[in-house]
Design a binder for this molecule. Structure first.
Ligand code: CAO
Length: 243
């Protein structure tokens, strides 16, 4: 019988389970209160401004919308274009494609000075490569703490790519006086069904848009609609401009 194959439980005496030793808990770190001051040598008042803006942002009544987007075609397209951009000395990530899909687009950047949102102006007249080049410029200036006022003002819509720091979903907070913001999660290979009901490896990204409640905006939902244009075989130059 089955029960004979299972070894009998050891008798109490034979057990050698060590007794739990209770030691007092010692906290090695202490809470520290840091005043929000002019600590940044690059932007005097930078931290104060960041706290002020984020406090104003949190007063806005937000409405959130979230969905998943199949980026399989876009991932393929970037693979093709990346070496071409490299020849021109431009690093081509996914961001320029997302930025291109809307107007005067701010990009939330994680820098040594904190969170900053420079924007790429008039994306509608720029090619994806021009946007990538401008994004490269903003990133270098951002990490050196050398962004100017013109780069930091005039944005109309912001994109926050939390995928670069590993996040799949986010609830982005509107940057006033803008009325909407989009968050982009990490792109993951996941099983999905194609039109024939076959499972394929899809490149899935979750996107979320927050906009001021009761306001209809042209945000991420429109951008998402514009991306499938790639699938319709529209020539790259028509959609992204010449490079
Ligand atoms: N999923 C998968 N891979 C991604 C990705 C995503 N969502 N986003 C970027 N990547 C890839 C890029 O394509 C690139 O890959 P390759 O080396 O193959 O080209 C690599 O990750 C590094 O990208 P990057 O960070 O250099 O460039 P980027 O243009 O994608 O992002 C920036 C720039 C400024 C948005 C980013 O550096 C950053 O600061 N993100 C954080 C934003 C943040 O903190 N938001 C939260 C607060 S506000 O709501």
């Amino acid at each position: 019988p089955k029960s004979q194959t299972v070894p009998a439980a050891p008798k109490d005496k034979a057990r050698k389970i060590p007794l739990p030793v209770s030691r007092p808990i010692v906290f090695s770190g202490k809470d520290k209160t840091e005043p929000v001051t002019e600590v940044s040598k690059y932007f005097p008042g930078f931290q104060k401004a960041m706290v002020k803006t984020m406090s104003a942002a949190l007063k806005i009544p937000h409405f959130g919308y979230c969905d998943e987007i199949d980026l399989t075609q876009l991932v393929r397209l970037r693979e093709e274009l990346k070496p071409l951009a490299e020849i021109r000395g431009v690093k081509l990530s996914f961001m320029p494609f997302f930025i291109k899909a809307s107007h005067n687009i701010g990009v939330a950047m994680d820098t040594g000075q904190g969170l900053i949102v420079p924007n790429v102006k008039n994306v509608q007249v720029c090619s994806v490569f021009e946007i990538a080049s401008e994004l490269n410029r903003l990133q270098s200036l951002g990490s050196a703490g050398q962004l100017g006022t013109s780069d930091l003002t005039g944005g109309t819509f912001t994109l926050s790519n939390i995928g670069t720091i590993g996040g799949t979903y986010a609830k982005p907070v509107i940057l006033p006086p803008e009325v909407a913001i989009g968050a982009l999660g990490k792109i993951q290979v996941l099983p999905r069904f194609n039109g024939k009901g076959e499972v394929f490896q899809a490149q899935i990204m979750n996107g979320q848009e927050s906009h001021i409640r009761f306001l209809v905006t042209t945000g991420l939902d429109q951008e998402i609609e514009s991306i499938p244009k790639l699938k319709e075989g529209i020539p790259i130059t028509e959609y992204f401009g010449s490079f």
